[in-house]
Design a protein around this ligand. Structure first.
Ligand code: HEM
Length: 147
């Protein structure tokens, strides 16, 4: 059972974070287009990317993660001195940061769609921040370098 949860945890993460990184780049490109028609044409595509890929991907990653957390018992991950104590706390803090970046991207996307304004720099910053946090979390949990 835990192997299935872990497999779908990865599927969910791939769809969530991969989708978020693609969408932020696309929005960064969107706001630089000079043709209003070309900008308009991207709106349904961007909206579907968020609601039909990124959001379900996030829910799959979250539910499978919580399934493993409660399934194996929280003490395995959080107990002081447990092998995963510090790493797991840092991981979940970074997960909260990812959720904030996801919501900021969604809010800025709505603004681009409704008011036709946005900055390429902001979207590229969101793109880089998601990528960096993703790399840090994967290195932390797979190497356990913090002990
Ligand atoms: C959404 C909230 C999340 C929760 C509740 C959660 C929880 C968990 C749990 C309980 C495990 C099993 C660890 C084990 O027993 O070995 C796990 C594995 C893993 N998670 Fe998450 N996770 C979440 C998000 C993420 C994110 C955002 C990333 C990466 C960016 C990530 C990367 C991983 C990796 C790489 C593993 C495999 C660890 C291994 O194979 O040893 N998780 N997660």
């Amino acid at each position: 059972m835990m192997n299935w949860l872990l497999a779908f945890h990865f599927v969910g993460l791939l769809v969530w974070l991969g989708g978020l990184m693609t969408l932020s780049r696309l929005l960064g490109h969107h706001v630089t287009l000079s043709s209003a028609e070309a900008r308009e044409a991207l709106i349904p595509f961007e909206r579907k990317s968020y609601f039909m890929a990124i959001l379900p991907g996030f829910l799959v990653a979250l539910l499978t993660g919580l399934g493993m957390l409660f399934g194996k018992g929280m003490a395995n991950y959080f107990a002081p001195g447990s092998a995963w104590g510090l790493t797991f706390h840092i991981k979940l803090t970074l997960v909260i940061a990812l959720i904030v970046l996801d919501q900021v991207t969604a809010a800025k996307m709505r603004k681009v769609h409704k008011e036709d304004t946005g900055s390429r720099g902001t979207f590229m910053g969101l793109h880089g921040a998601v990528g960096l946090i993703m790399i840090i979390v994967i290195i932390l949990v797979k190497t356990n370098i913090l002990g």
